[in-house]
Write a new protein. Sequence first.
Length: 121
Amino acid sequence: MRLAYGEGVIIAILAPFIVYLLGLGKITILQTFFSIFALVGLWTLLSAFMLMAEKDRIYYITWGLILTGFSSLFIIRIAYAIALILIAIIAALLINVATRKSQSKTSSLQVDQSNNSSKPT
């Protein structure tokens, strides 16, 4: 059985509310929202590597990092949370640059190979 991205997000949203409403773990409503952002961010990161096409991977990694970083607003000081979000954005940009370079190398190799195969021998 394989979960789709939307199904995982629904579970990540509903699970903390169920815990809150049933009184399990004695979490507050603020901690519930922290849990939602954290779980959706983590699910987005996980699905970026396991479910998404390679061309969409950077988009999902970026949003996963931002959501997970945003969830830290609820547990640490605001200055640290903003710093973590900025670090996440920088990391996503670096990943984007690194994958773009590797994709352009791959496509140039494919073009070279197709040019070599079309030459008469």
